[in-house]
Design a protein around this ligand. Structure first.
Ligand SMILES: O=C(O)[C@H](O)[C@@H](O)[C@H](O)[C@H](O)COP(=O)(O)O
Length: 266
């Protein structure tokens, strides 16, 4: 049985009994947002991350979703990518291609992965240019309060250190507000070279989901969601605060085990 509720200003929490329930709830959530965006805008612009998230999205490739989702209307992006060749086992693109994109009828030209033959800095600049062109044609919407792209959905995982995308604790990249996409060459989690959406872009999305499982993340979940003193201003997951969009946390019970008292409806 899922528990769900709203926690202060930290968004909606969905705490699932087990990974199977989480996979189903996540697939339902993504399918519903896709349907709503296609109805409203004719397209669905979704940004993925790497890690366990892709495996947890796996039900989308099964019935009924594989037939009911309007895959031809999907435009795929990455909230962060490791700067490695696309066929490298570290590539977030390869992870998503093998796990999802090759199993459903996505239009290949709608898949916007980074250029893997240039430096991290050039890859970030080129990726930002590609997004800018798609904002101009409104395949990606635009925020009405900043000039940032407004993705229909940004999906994030979270590390035990509280990082999301490739935004790591106490890293200067957290301060980047001029660029939509930036790069780092010193990621504490290998590989070191990455490109990443910046916080203003993440916080301009219509919907952001953070998907976290396992006990090793319980402390970071607590610090990212609860009212803790002293506050953890540089915990990246805590800085996910969509300005006008909606934030949803998908947690399994071990990941939610250190949250302060919860009052939920079943
Ligand atoms: O490129 C990456 O390293 C990922 O995008 C990263 O941000 C990931 O989402 C988290 O580290 C959580 O990963 P897990 O869910 O596998 O722990």
């Amino acid at each position: 049985m899922a528990l769900s509720g709203v926690k202060n200003d930290r968004g909606e929490l969905r705490i699932l009994e087990n990974l199977d329930e989480l996979r189903t709830d996540l697939a339902d959530y993504i399918a519903e947002l896709s349907e709503a965006a296609v109805k409203e805008r004719g397209v669905f612009a979704i940004a993925l991350s790497g890690g366990s998230l892709i495996g947890l999205m796996g039900k989308l490739c099964e019935a009924p979703y594989n037939k009911t989702v309007d895959w031809a209307k999907w435009y795929i992006f990455w909230a962060d990518e490791r700067v490695v060749a696309k066929n490298h086992s570290d590539s977030n693109y390869k992870l998503a291609k093998d796990g999802i994109l090759s199993k459903v009828p996505i239009v290949p030209s709608h898949v916007h992965s980074i250029n893997d033959s240039v430096s991290a800095e050039e890859a970030a600049d080129e990726y930002m240019f590609v997004i800018r062109q798609l904002v101009k044609t409104r395949m990606v919407s635009v925020s009405d309060i900043s000039d940032c792209p407004k993705f229909d959905l940004i999906l994030l995982g979270m590390g035990p250190d509280g990082h999301i995308a490739s935004l790591f604790p106490n890293h200067a990249v957290l301060e980047e507000t001029d660029e939509w996409v930036t790069f780092i060459t010193d990621s504490p989690k290998p590989p070191p070279e990455r490109i990443t959406f910046t916080l203003p872009v993440i916080n301009s999305a219509s919907n952001v989901a953070i998907v976290v499982t396992g006990e090793s993340k319980a402390e970071a979940v607590h610090l990212a969601i609860d009212n803790v003193e002293p506050n953890c201003p540089s915990l990246p997951a805590r800085l996910v605060q969509p300005t006008k969009g909606k934030l949803v946390w998908f947690l399994d019970k071990p990941a939610a085990s250190k949250l302060d008292d919860l009052q939920f409806s079943e």
